[in-house]
Design a protein around this ligand. Structure first.
Ligand code: C2E
Ligand code: MG
Ligand code: MG
Ligand code: MG
Length: 279
């Protein structure tokens, strides 16, 4: 009976598995072509001060404008790009594009805008990465303080000390380091003590239940105390509603990002949004 069951399972499982492998190979090829054909775009999401509501910066988020398909979310291709190495050239393209755009905006009335760029562990492990960051800053005349690099705890999974050294070298350039998606990983507190970071981005899972749930409020309160003690800035992610915004402000504030302020926008719409806030 067991053998029969296993067999039946195999018969059903095999075609699906093959289909998955084929789809993955197709995606691999399509992504390589997409980079060559310049099908990637960068969307910008405002980061705002909770108290004033005024924007203080932007996060650069990559999208793939796939012909015949439409906008493809990074969740669907970053993993593949990390596995096949394409994240190195793709990540460098996003970095340079975001620095170019931020340099233009700063020169054209968007004031003290700073831009955050997501960095994959694969990029951070690349010995050439610091040089690429330095080149992007120089080429687009962006002050290092106006760039922050977002990494997740994933960078510290294989070697916490090595990751710390690489981030210190980057910080030596004058750029800021943010720890993204904080609270979704495993060794959060050790990472906090040992990585040289400026900003902690609280994952949406901490933020979601804050309105009306005392336990969620207690966790946020404790995290705000912790980050203040460590001298870190805080950005709350996934602030979707006015209720989220008010609850967070009541607990101590900081900066926030989410649909309550604005979704990620194409560059021209972002610029219009920013200028309208300043009026
Ligand atoms: P992330 O860095 O944590 O970015 C925040 C994500 O939350 C974005 O998803 C953003 O659109 C979404 N978001 C913003 N406000 C809200 C809200 O109020 N509610 C909810 N539910 N979501 C909100 P997106 O753009 O799909 O990006 C997903 C992830 O893909 C990013 O998460 C980041 O880890 C990765 N990613 C995006 N661009 C890049 C990139 O250029 N390089 C690398 N390595 N990863 C990237
Ligand atoms: Mg991020
Ligand atoms: Mg995040
Ligand atoms: Mg996230």
């Amino acid at each position: 009976y067991v053998a029969k069951r296993t067999q039946r399972h195999l018969v059903r499982y095999q075609p699906a598995f093959e289909r998955e492998v084929t789809e993955r190979l197709d995606l691999d090829q399509a992504l390589r072509r997409a980079l060559a054909r310049q099908e990637f775009r960068v969307a910008y999401q405002p980061v705002c001060d909770l108290k004033t509501g005024l924007p203080v910066g932007a996060e650069a988020l990559v999208r793939w404008e796939r012909p015949g398909v439409g906008l493809v979310s990074p969740a669907q291709f970053i993993g593949v790009a990390e596995d096949n190495g394409l994240i190195r050239p793709l990540g460098e393209w996003v970095l340079r594009e975001a620095c170019r755009q931020a340099g233009l905006w700063r020169a054209s009335g968007l004031g003290l805008l700073s831009v955050a760029v997501n960095v994959s562990p694969v990029q951070l492990a690349d010995p050439g990465f610091t040089g690429a960051v330095e080149a992007a800053l120089t080429d687009f005349a962006l002050p290092p303080r106006a760039l922050s690099l977002e990494v997740t705890e994933q960078v510290a999974v294989t070697d916490l000390r090595e990751a710390g050294q690489r981030l210190s070298a980057l910080r030596g350039l004058g750029v800021r380091i943010s720890l993204d998606d904080f609270g979704t990983g495993q060794s959060s507190l050790a990472v906090l003590r040992h990585l040289p970071i400026d900003t902690l981005k609280l994952d949406q899972s901490f933020v979601r239940d804050v309105p009306g749930e005392p336990a969620a409020q207690a966790v946020i309160s404790a995290l705000l105390t912790l980050t203040a003690g460590l001298g870190l800035h805080v950005v709350a992610e996934g602030v979707e509603t006015q209720a989220h915004r008010e609850a967070l402000l009541g607990l101590g504030g900081g900066a926030a990002q989410g649909y309550a302020f604005s979704p990620p926008l194409p560059p021209d719409a972002f610029q219009r949004w920013w200028l309208a806030q300043m009026d």
